[in-house]
Design a protein around this ligand. Structure first.
Ligand code: MG
Length: 307
């Protein structure tokens, strides 16, 4: 099956000058530009855990497997260089499934100029597992990290939050272009992409930076999907709860000096919604600022996945 799959795949791959040797040898050769560093990110998606193949078009799964990695590169302000795709396929219909996964993945790879430079494909008795590894490049100033926020920095978020389960978690646009633009034109002290929930990933960034965070809950941008999710599944959760706790928004959370955050919010060249959610503070913990006062904010979210 693998030989047949590779002969299907090879004509569909595109080249890039820095990938000196791509699919077909024992390994790939990727040329790094002088003075740069390479960021490596990996993500693993498993049928029954991260998606249900019985309910979703495998092309969307393939797209997502690459997109979550591109989001990690965005969080580090790294330019995508190459991706490596490993598939463990259920034996029945393996070839067709592999092709469908790639039909979703390849257009995104091309859109982000991230060539597929290798990987591995096996069949087994289990369910589908997709693992993608990406390489990204950061310049001499280095990329963003989680541990650079300082007390007094603004908490800046891109996009809107909540209800991603209604479709956004498959169809989101990784914030790579925005991240590369901001890395060039703005001072960003720390960054993370929001994979497991706004409150949880904010707490991770704050903890890594040895500081706390105060969130103005009225400033949290709530997506239309969060409202729709509440209407369709009435429970005790509010749209704000979904915005704070749902995972897989794949937006960026940044720590920036307040003047830089204000400049960004009014930047006509940035077409992604930008919100200032509050500020990082000396001390530890996650706090909510409401009309009622200053209270702990639970770092809720999904914790079963890695970064
Ligand atoms: Mg991440």
């Amino acid at each position: 099956m693998e030989a047949e799959f590779l002969s299907w795949l090879k004509p569909r791959l595109f080249a890039a000058p820095h990938v000196t040797l791509g699919v077909g040898d024992d390994g790939a050769i990727v040329a790094a530009a002088p003075g740069t560093s390479t960021v490596v990110a990996v993500d693993l998606l498993t049928d029954g855990v991260d998606f249900r193949l019985s309910e979703v078009d495998p092309r969307r799964v393939g797209r997502k497997a690459l997109a979550v990695n591109l989001s990690d590169l965005a969080a580090m302000a790294a330019r995508p260089m190459a991706a490596f795709v490993s598939l463990a396929l259920p034996r029945r219909g393996a070839l067709e499934l592999a092709q469908s996964l790639y039909e979703g993945l390849l257009p995104l790879a091309e859109q982000f100029a991230c060539p597929i430079a290798g990987g591995d494909t096996n069949t087994w008795d289990g369910s589908l597992v997709v693992s993608v590894t990406v390489l990204g490049q950061v310049g001499p100033r280095g990329g963003w990290r989680r541990d650079g926020a300082r007390g007094g920095d603004a908490i800046v978020a891109t996009g809107q939050f909540g209800g991603s389960i209604l479709g956004h978690h498959f169809d989101f646009e990784p914030r790579v272009a925005l991240a590369l633009d901001l890395a060039e034109r703005y001072t960003v002290h720390a960054a993370i992409d929001i994979s497991d929930g706004l409150a949880l990933d904010l707490s991770r960034l704050a903890e890594a930076s040895l500081c706390g965070a105060e969130v103005d809950l009225t400033a949290v941008p709530i997506s239309e999907a969060a409202y729709r999710h509440c209407e369709e599944h009435p429970d005790h959760c509010t749209p704000l709860d979904h915005a704070l706790g749902d995972g897989e928004d794949f937006e960026l959370l940044l720590a920036m000096p307040v003047v830089e955050a204000d400049r960004l919010r009014h930047d006509p060249a940035v077409d992604v919604p930008i919100s200032i959610l509050g500020r990082f503070v000396e001390g530890r913990g996650l706090w909510q600022i409401t009309a009622a006062g200053h209270r702990p904010l639970p770092a809720q979210g999904f914790q079963h996945r890695g970064s």
